[in-house]
Design a protein around this ligand. Structure first.
Ligand code: NAP
Length: 645
């Protein structure tokens, strides 16, 4: 039993009224699983009350109200007995029981390969199995002689720093901004929030049971990552306001020479054994290539560089783009602008999310904080319902015939449900409905979450959605192909990021001086998104083909990547090796497989553009498989995948 569970159990001293009140809002499938772990009574698994396999029902296995009440009564009794007894928690379920439990919770047979992941997520071993312990080698050297450099102090870079610190490997983090937080520092636009449930979008080892919102705003996330930096003691390792200009691999010493430039312009070279990029994919704003963009006389800015000095109250504002960022800030600014014109090139698909802006109730916080194992099962429930369970729907069924762009039977069902949702939101606005209904397959681009705010903003009298392509920006506004000149006071670009320019603007020179970004062009490839032949001891976090479209939290990916990198460093240090370089054939075979798999996903189909594809239409960004697969392949590097010196 882990310390947290033990202390929770010992402090579980609440009266029936408190427990009952909290249980009224419990997620029933997660509660059921926690009950089994608390009292060891598995009889419910063979009972008549069973959550059903539905991703789109009430989010709680579609049980009847009577069934839910029955379970809550059972849970009240179980928790009262637990409180009044010796508060001992039975031995953790073995693999067979876990399989039975997860099948029951999800309402369908879950492949047995998920059980080891579930064991890790539930913390069955009692320790953090994603931590990597590194010993000193047997050659008289100390592990402290090994040095690493991380570029970026966002979510991934901080994670790498925390793990390296725990492993006792010296490191420095180079951060271009004056602060940590990456995307959550840079993006401050109104309405900016995470679009993944927060109880999933958090480090596995640092759950926050007091998230104020189910989908927190950027400031809350910024505070969370700051708290983590302090709690795990990595802030002092970060050099802020410093850019990595170039990193070059020196074969003789098997070290990376990293040239950095501080805010004062002074340059310095740092030598390290491992060079880790954690610069993210979505941190360089992309302005559209529209003629006249520099001629506009009024204020204009990109959503990721929001100019808070500009008061939009009473202003005529143009918004270019209808992606994830615009969908968040348009509903926030529409009530204050006098007229808002939204320029749409492609309509986004929507994921109806009624609780998108909702607070987490005190009851839910209480359950997460006090009922042993409830938080873990709730997280796994979210993992399945909002991530893993969704992926099969966007996979192309080669036998599926359709004339509505759907790729499989379940995909068609979800698309139709979504069209109905859009239609219900835009009832009485037939023109708008036509413009806001996508014609490419759902999953081709990232779905936007909406609780009615986005579509509600579009139908306001003072908001106009324009689909005629922009041909020019003039000193006074935006001209569209239909000949209309839209005069405005301010232009906001919600036009995304230069995602395909991986690792820009750093110059990274590997063996024989080969330039990584030049070699990649707009066709970046890596093995597992992490390592590249010709670039020994270079590791990339959130590299090529590690983005996810419909399934999951990017923190899950980062945790997989960081474990892999730490285990690579462990190989280097403990085996006393100077360098490790991914084999070309392993890298190439991996990419052939990834490309073929991406072509079988909705986002890999031809006929529409997205930031996931390069100029040739190849998907350079996304991972096409379940998250489980990435977890499995990154658990442990295979020594045979590398050449060592
Ligand atoms: P985006 O999804 O790339 O959207 C850019 C928008 O600008 C698209 O609607 C695009 O249209 C449009 N656009 C680009 N050039 C244009 C032009 N010349 N004329 C008219 N429209 C133009 O960018 P984003 O909204 O910043 O989001 C990027 C990614 O960041 C998301 O996919 C997501 O992964 C992440 N993100 C996440 C959150 C969150 O978690 N809350 C929030 C924001 C962003 P087309 O579709 O036709 O290209």
């Amino acid at each position: 039993m882990s310390e947290t569970i033990a202390s929770r159990a010992s402090q579980f001293d609440f009266d029936d009224v408190t427990i009952k009140e909290a249980l009224s809002e419990a997620n029933v499938p997660a509660l059921l699983m926690a009950m089994i772990q608390i009292n060891g009574d598995t009889s419910v698994l063979d009972g008549d009350i069973r959550p059903s396999a539905t991703l789109f029902g009430d989010g709680e296995g579609d049980l009847t109200a009577v069934e839910r009440d029955t379970i809550r009564d059972m849970a009240l009794k179980a928790l009262a007995d637990f409180r009044d007894g010796d508060r001992a928690i039975p031995t953790a379920p073995d693999a067979d029981l876990l399989q039975k439990m997860v099948d029951f919770m999800i309402g369908q047979k879950v492949p047995s390969k998920y059980v080891p992941l579930l064991q890790e997520e539930l913390g069955i071993s009692g320790s953090d199995s994603r931590d990597v312990k590194i010993a000193s080698p047997n050659n008289g050297r100390a592990k402290e002689d090994f040095k690493a450099l991380i570029v970026g102090a966002g979510m991934s870079g901080l994670l790498a720093a925390i793990r390296l610190k725990k492993a006792g490997i010296p490191f420095v983090v180079i951060e271009k901004n004056p602060s940590i937080g990456g995307t959550w520092y840079q993006n401050t636009y109104p309405g900016c929030r995470v679009d993944n449930p927060n109880h999933l979008y958090s480090y596995s080892f640092e759950p926050n049971h007091d998230w104020p919102l189910h989908f927190s705003t950027h400031d809350v996330l910024y505070d969370y990552f700051n708290m983590c930096a302090d709690k795990y003691g990595v802030r002092d390792h970060i050099r802020f306001n410093t850019d990595v200009v170039q990193a070059a691999y020196d074969e003789d010493s098997a070290k990376w020479r990293v040239d950095v430039r501080g805010a004062d312009g002074v340059e310095e070279t740092i030598e390290v054994h491992a060079f880790i990029s954690a610069v993210g994919q979505l941190n360089r704003p992309k302005l559209p290539d529209i003629p006249g963009i520099d001629r506009f006389k009024g204020p204009s800015f990109h959503s990721a560089e929001w100019d808070h000095s500009i008061d939009l109250t009473g202003k005529r504002v143009a918004v270019v783009g209808t992606g994830a960022s615009a969908a968040q800030f348009v509903p926030e600014i529409a009530p204050v602008t006098s007229d808002l014109t939204v320029f749409q090139r492609t309509p986004p698909w929507i994921s109806e999310t009624p609780h998108y802006h909702s607070e987490v109730s005190d009851n839910i916080k209480w359950l997460l904080n006090n009922v042993p194992y409830y938080d873990k099962w709730y997280r796994f429930w979210l993992f399945w319902m909002t991530s893993e369970g969704l992926l099969p729907m966007v996979k192309v069924d080669p036998d599926w015939q359709s004339n509505d762009g759907s790729v499989s039977e379940s995909h068609e069902m979800v698309q139709n449900m979504t069209k109905e949702y859009i239609a219900s939101q835009l009832e009485g606005h037939p023109e708008l409905l036509k413009m806001a209904t996508p014609s490419y397959p759902m999953g081709g681009k990232r779905n936007l979450r909406d609780n009615g705010a986005w579509l509600g903003a579009l139908k306001r009298d003072d908001v106009t959605l324009t689909t005629s392509p922009i041909v020019e920006i003039t000193p006074t506004g935006v001209v569209t192909e239909d000949g209309i000149a839209h005069d405005v006071d301010v232009i906001v670009y919600g036009t995304g990021f230069t995602a395909s320019e991986f690792l820009s603007p750093m110059t990274i020179l590997g063996k024989d001086g080969q330039d990584l970004r030049q070699g990649w062009g707009d066709n970046p490839r890596a093995y597992l998104g992490i390592t590249v032949p010709g670039f020994p001891n270079f590791f990339c976090l959130y590299g090529p083909n590690t983005n996810i479209v419909v399934n999951g939290s990017i923190i899950f990916f980062a945790e997989c990547e960081v474990r892999y990198v730490l285990r690579c460093i462990k190989l280097l240090v403990e085996e006393g090796k100077a360098s490790m370089e991914c084999r070309q054939d392993i890298h190439d075979d991996f990419n052939v497989e990834i490309d073929a798999a991406n072509e079988q996903m909705a986002w890999g189909l031809p006929g529409f553009n997205s930031w996931y594809k390069n100029s040739e239409g190849r998907v350079t960004q996304n991972w096409p498989h379940p998250l489980l697969d990435y977890w499995q392949v990154t658990k442990e590097p295979k020594a045979t995948d590398f050449q060592f010196t």
